[in-house]
Design a protein around this ligand. Structure first.
Ligand code: BYC
Length: 472
């Protein structure tokens, strides 16, 4: 029986019998999925010090306690309503927002919600083995915190599917548990969510760059005319901030340790000999996860995006900061490929909405890289990390199928094949990373050699707090 005890919520679940029944039906399948596809080996005996949202107010959304992972209380929360909210962009600008799904936009909305929902369990699946090579209990707990909240984000999308899309919605909710990251027959919808995340460097890059796509997409959905979607995604963003913190500081802590080792080694020695991760390997992982996450913003020229915008389904990030919200006459100058050559075209702004969001995203990523470079500078080292050119290693959009180096210089297929190992992680790089991550560190306060401890612990707890307890 589903109750607000078991599923903390602010949607009056107990008053909506139909929804309650639908969720009751879905919940056992979810728990089974979590056991099969969630963190492997941490389902029975481990108690994790996690944050559970039990309400949306400041005191309630971050309630900390020890829980066994399958007993985490995945809640359903919508941010507080904005009274008399009106549609903020597109053809219906200024009209009241919708509390129900208009029939004519049902398919488009369902597609957006399913695509968003699909990424959440996918990321849990991608990360399910990482616990076995964790750099510390602090990091292990952060991994599980991210995982349970991605699970909650799946619940958030399933709540919308069950509430507003009837039978189709229920079928889609089942399919969200049936597709599997990396599965050849039933893969996850978006490519980055089928990539393996085997090492902690990949995990931190993923939470830095791919979760940040989550931020830009969620920001654009918080503008939606469908008010329950806007309110659901708004609350998800609160949790998303921690995920990016984990990525940003995780890479930062690795970079700092690398700098320490470079100093110890007198700069010239190979950091790898000392068990650290050299800057070129870090750069290759930036190149990989940044380019995969650029792909997640869709094609530069997209009629889907134009239609989402026109219909008020998906806006720009921080729509309120733009001066014009209908966007019927403006254009966007875009670098593109035409007949195999690079060229600049001017297209209607609405068709460039994916690119507009990508602009916002690139800026947001830059701030992280700048922080990492400050650390390197502090150690008196002249190397710098950077974001590759947007055209580099693209699998979706105008540049997919053409080859570019990280400076955006066009390459022949032959040069790309010969040199790609300079820019992207190789099997040997992965082997090396796995070799320094081959053992888990479960002793409170201890950290793997390739990463420095964080500046502070969680929720005022010391760094050597037992963030994950084993009951044996
Ligand atoms: N991989 O017109 P286009 C997160 C497909 S992350 C594979 O450009 P559109 C999270 C596309 O589906 C945020 N296929 O597409 C992070 C279409 O296929 P069809 C997730 C791709 O619709 C970390 C075709 O290419 N949220 O929350 O303008 C952990 C033409 O594309 C890809 C969302 O994505 C790709 N990368 O833009 C946990 C928001 N890109 O219809 C969670 C909802 C495109 O021709 N989704 N395609 O078969 C959307 O807004 C849009 O679907 C997209 C694509 C922005 C993704």
């Amino acid at each position: 029986m589903i109750s607000s005890d078991k599923i903390p919520n602010n949607v009056d679940l107990h008053l909506n019998k139909r929804l309650q029944r639908a969720l009751e039906h879905w919940q056992p399948a979810y728990i089974q999925w979590w056991r099969d596809m969630g963190p492997q080996g941490f389902q029975h005996y481990h108690q994790v010090y996690v944050r559970t949202a039990i309400s949306v107010d400041a005191a309630g959304w971050a309630h900390f306690e020890y829980v066994r992972l399958p007993e985490y209380r995945w809640g359903i929360f919508l941010a507080d309503p904005i009274i008399n909210r009106t549609i903020g962009f597109g053809d219906f600008y200024g009209q009241p927002v919708w509390q129900e799904v208009p029939g004519e936009f049902r398919n488009q909305l369902r597609r957006l919600i399913v695509t968003q929902g699909d990424t959440e369990p996918a990321s849990v699946e991608q990360q399910r083995w990482l616990g076995h090579r964790c750099p510390s209990l602090y990091d292990l707990r952060n991994l599980f915190q991210v995982n349970v909240e991605e699970g909650r984000h799946l619940w958030a999308m399933v709540y919308l599917l069950h509430s507003y899309f009837g039978r189709d919605g229920r079928d889609e909710a089942e399919d969200l548990l049936a597709r599997q990251s990396g599965n050849r027959d039933k893969p996850r919808i978006l490519d980055a969510f089928n990539e393996p995340i085997d090492t902690w460097l990949d995990f931190f890059m993923f939470t830095m760059f791919t979760d940040r796509d989550g931020k830009s997409q969620l920001l654009s959905l918080t503008e939606s005319s469908l008010d329950p979607l806007a309110r659901t995604t708004k609350f998800m963003l609160t949790e998303e901030a921690h995920h990016m913190f984990v990525g940003d500081t995780g890479v930062g802590r690795i970079v700092e340790r690398t700098c320490q080792l470079m100093k110890e080694a007198g700069f010239s020695e190979d950091v790898r000999q000392l068990g650290g991760i050299d800057l070129p390997t870090i750069q290759k992982h930036i190149n990989l996860w940044f380019s995969l996450s650029l792909d997640l913003h869709g094609n530069e020229i997209s009629t889907n995006a134009a239609s989402y915008f026109a219909n008020g389904l998906k806006g720009r990030a921080e729509e309120g900061k733009w001066s014009e919200h209908r966007v019927v006459e403006t254009t966007y100058k875009l670098e593109t490929m035409a007949e195999g050559e690079l060229s600049t075209v001017e297209i209607p702004m609405r068709n460039a909405m994916n690119e507009v969001l990508r602009d916002w995203y690139v800026d947001d990523c830059l701030s992280g890289v700048t922080r990492w470079n400050k650390t390197i500078e502090r150690y008196g080292i002249s190397d710098r990390l950077r974001l590759p050119d947007r055209k580099f290693n693209r699998g979706i959009g105008q540049f997919a199928g053409s080859r570019f180096d990280p400076d955006g210089r066009r390459l022949s297929e032959e040069e790309w094949t010969r040199r790609r190992h300079e820019w992207l992680p190789t099997p040997a790089d992965k082997e090396f990373l796995l070799s320094i991550m081959n053992a888990s560190i479960y002793e409170p306060g201890k950290f793997a050699n390739y990463i420095v401890p964080p500046a502070r612990g969680i929720k005022g707890k010391p760094i050597d707090f037992e963030y994950v307890r084993t009951e044996l």
